[in-house]
Ligand binder design. Sequence first.
Ligand code: BG6
Length: 513
Amino acid sequence: MGRFDEVAAPNPLRDPRDRRLPRVPDPCALVVFGVTGDLARKKLIPAVYDLGNRGLLPPGFVLLGFARRDWGDGDFEQLARKAAEQHARTEFREDVWRRIADSVKFVPGSFDDDNAFDQLYQTLVDLEDSHGIAGNAAFYLSIPPAAFPLVLKQLARTRMADSDERAGWRRVVVEKPFGHDLPSSKELNSLVDSVFTAHDVFRIDHYLGKETVQNLLALRFANTLFEPVWNSNFVDSVQITMAEDVGIEGRAGFYDAAGAARDVLQNHLLQLLALTAMEEPVSFDADSLRAEKHKILNAISLPSDLGAHTVRGQYQQGWLGGQRVKGYLAEEGVPEGSTTETYAAVRLGIETRRWAGVPFYLRTGKRLPRRVTEIAVVFKRAPHLPFTKTDTVELGNNQLVVRVQPDEGITLRFGSKAPGSAMEIREVSMDFLYGTAFTESSPEAYERLLLDVLLGDKTLFPDHVEVEASWSVIDPLEQFWQGTTPEPYRSGEWGPQGADAMLAHDGRTWRRP
Ligand code: BG6
């Protein structure tokens, strides 16, 4: 690609040995395709603002939007400003925005328009002189997967995808879902790999950018307390829940073709499972972490009776937060009689010495009573209780609950003697809350992940092996469910009855988060 040929200036703030220091990326452009879409407006642009506000954008940073609008830089700047004002995590400050606003650029065009991509190329070249981006560019594909081939082809044709140590780095960011099954994800992967080198491909699963999810690694591997009991000798079962109170939020086009299993189970929940179950990595670099996740994802086993240990549901009308809400089939854009699931639950096993025999129950659903994501490690009952039976009727299994969101933190549930002359043991909670333990608030997932893309740090990004192993878990479920009708559940309730029956079958119950 023509110029783009300056050597990036060494960054004096960047010392890889001390990870407490804020890291500031090299000068660069972040090129966002699909910049008028929801993801860009609600997450990506606000994250750019938050990074700017925290002083984490390099001097020589440009946010470059590309979309099919007859717009100039000023129009895009207005959209970006509004997005930052409405959705940024940190306070909106005029002086911060002024600095970012000078670097907000726009190139109009459609994905099949060679001229528009030539123009994009030329803009990037010009930005080297005007803004000193030093030839570095990250391309964020915030577009429907069907448009990936076209955009990738254009990036290849114009040679904008060619990384070069001297002329600057080029990276591509791909949003989940990566394909819709194993064959399509392989196809997507080889397409991306034919244009960018594997090293420059960043697959985003935003759950990995959440502070509480990263803290799972700290909890497990920085402490002595938990690891000795983190296995089938002590753990009865693990429940991973991602519940949402929202419906499909106007995304029928995408959602109806995906459903809850493809949208959430395949990625967010299997990633949470992998981090909960994996062995200690030899270090926290991307390769070592992924090596351990690969082993777990490849060791997952499906239940032998899929009918008894998988559940899919679809929300009906009901009441949520004091308001009447529509059923899935009445949502705009949902085809009549759709059998797409908005709730999915499954029991998985992990065939390793550490976990053999421990069920991992995963569930996700929309229009459930509240938004909550958590991982509950449920311990076995004590093998012997030196109390009379009545002393312990109020005692359940000990549990360690990692609250991913909201109320980020960790709860330990255990039995304690109730005060008084009698002997009665009741369950109590010990709580760690991010909000009170730390003064800093947690960055948004996209803030962290965007920064990592610009820094070239791949630790929090799944690779294609993880993606493909995850599809290998989901594909048999999808095949089993094909032609079946999801069980209805009323909006505002905790999913279909079949989900309770699934656990009752195993003599267990779901936690009520
Ligand atoms: C996305 C799903 O990946 O995650 C959405 O596509 C879902 O359907 C969203 O609503 C939830 O993210 P979060 O961070 O709000 O839990």
